[in-house]
Design a protein around this ligand. Sequence first.
Ligand code: THU
Length: 115
Amino acid sequence: MKNAHAPYSNFHVGAAFLTTKGEIFAGCNVENASYGLSNCAERTAIFTAVAQLGPKVEIRAIAVVNNHGAPCSPCGACRQVIYEFGPEAKILFQGKKAWKKSHITELLPEGFRLQ
Ligand code: THU
């Protein structure tokens, strides 16, 4: 979260995930003046892991924080990316009143698979 590039929203997000092998990868959101090109913290973390380890990355759990202490579950695009690398992933995020823990398939029922 401290490394986020979020001058447009001022919403700084960090995500860290644990692989099924016990490694931890972190990422932050990286915004762009052409807003639609912005990348969320969750996808930054996952893409960083793939760049380092290759495509066999498997997500066991992923946690998300932000600099406003605001409720913040992963966006729809990130849910689909999490599902691809973690069909059994646990998601930890801040809810309205307390931290929440969900399974990826609760957040993304019927995730897309190309097979
Ligand atoms: N954002 C994330 O990085 N992760 C989330 O789970 C929700 C939203 C970012 C995207 C954008 O840079 C900023 O937060 C405001 O939407």
